[in-house]
Design a protein around this ligand. Structure first.
Ligand code: SF4
Length: 395
């Protein structure tokens, strides 16, 4: 009755909007575009462009192919994008509007490339929206490539740019591993075309990253690693160690790890014994649980909007993990579970603000695009934020 996850169109728009000079074009009523842009802007703090055909009642009864054609021409002229990703919405999926035919017929008159994704909200989940955009990009733009001279990876299924992604790509480059393409955060069409040139793919999303990685393995023979998001000390160490091992690179990872571990233990002295509830997506849940466990905190509850193939396995590997796990339950169930768990702090995102205020439990937002949470430095930042939130709530 009160879902904690959103629709396929949201995933498709988010994946497309994360690319450079790429315009998502929604063939649907104006509300779909407005709500998705509002949410993405609130979470990421960045200007996002989404075009809409802004259908009215007559359009969803009789079809509006001409409106889509005109919107594509206008958007191409006004925004001059490299790529437009045309998506259906609930209304146009129900009436069976042929967006692919319109896109193909318009392609010759457009300066941009065009792909289409059937993205009616009822068709499936946001995870499938992410995946179908990535799959469409790979199918259309990835041809055989020359292997790069230096070790190179693609990051597959990361849609958030900002400090976390910069930290991860910077750390990999420092270790001697070049990042060929991040699909899709901040990538250009040329980056997508270079995907087959990498030696290794890294799935960054349990829900949507594995499928495209398997497709790339099948098409180009590129193997892939999947690992929880590199957050927390031990988890980040394992993530980087796996890549260094793969490329046989000698790097003083252990020294860096031990320096940060000393700093983390100082934080643990203040946080040990506190109870935390994690409300997050599957990609970060296991990593957060690992970090909280390193800090000596008790994970009282993990609530995720959805899970992927490896999410529960990854959670099970967190030392001492025994907490209650909720997957895709209603908001009111999450609220009841938080009331039962009585955590000292909720570690979550913007959506948990109302639960935090209603239940008088401090919230640490680790999902916002402007916060550094990844890697060794991110672990210290998250620990500091938890300490500040708890001490602030206790006056
Ligand atoms: S569920 Fe349907 S109507 Fe609602 S935003 Fe998604 S596509 Fe639009």
């Amino acid at each position: 009755m009160e879902p904690v996850s959103t629709c396929k169109l949201f995933g498709a728009v988010r994946a497309a909007a994360a690319m450079k000079n790429t315009l998502p074009v929604i063939h649907g009523p104006r509300g779909c575009g407005y709500h998705i842009r509002y949410l993405l802007t609130a979470r990421g703090g960045k200007r996002i462009r989404i075009a809409s055909t802004e259908l009215v009642e007559e359009d969803v009864v009789f079809g509006a192919s001409d409106k889509l054609r005109r919107t594509l021409m206008n958007a191409d002229e006004t925004h001059n994008p490299d790529l437009m990703v045309v998506m259906s919405s609930c209304a146009t999926s129900i009436i069976g509007e042929d967006i692919r035919r319109v896109a193909e017929e318009s392609a010759g008159d457009l300066g941009s490339e065009v792909i289409t994704v059937s993205a009616g909200g009822f068709e499936s989940t946001q995870g499938e929206g992410y995946e179908e955009v990535m799959t469409a990009l790979i199918e259309k733009f990835c041809l055989e490539g020359e292997p790069p001279r230096e070790p190179g990876v693609n990051i597959i299924g990361e849609f958030r740019g900002g400090p976390d992604l910069r930290h991860i790509t910077g750390s990999l480059e420092m270790m001697g591993v070049s990042v060929n393409c991040v699909l899709t955060a901040g990538c250009t069409l040329d980056d997508v075309r270079r995907i087959p040139s990498a030696h290794l793919n890294l799935s960054f999303c349990d829900v949507s990253g594995i499928g495209p990685c398997r497709l790339l393995e099948e098409k180009f023979g590129i193997p892939f690693h999947h690992h929880p998001f590199p957050m927390g000390l031990s988890n980040s160490r394992e993530f980087y160690a796996g890549i260094l091992r793969y490329f046989s690179i000698d790097y003083p990872l252990e020294e860096v790890y031990h320096d940060f571990m000393d700093a983390l233990m100082d934080r643990a002295a203040e946080l040990k014994g506190l109870r935390a509830a994690i409300v997050s997506g599957p990609t970060r849940a296991a990593a957060l649980a690992g970090l909280l466990s390193e800090l000596g905190m008790e994970v009282a509850l993990v609530s995720m909007d959805m899970i992927g193939e490896y999410t529960l396995e990854n959670l099970g590997r967190v030392p001492g993990f025994r907490s209650r796990v909720l997957v895709g339950t209603d908001v009111s169930d999450v609220e009841d579970a938080l009331r039962d768990a009585e955590p000292d702090v909720i570690v979550g995102g913007l959506a948990e603000t109302c639960l935090s205020e209603g239940l008088r439990m401090p919230l640490v937002d680790v999902m916002h695009g402007s916060v550094l949470t990844a890697g060794f430095q991110g672990a210290l930042n998250v620990a500091d934020k938890i300490r500040d939130a708890v001490s602030c709530s206790r006056g």
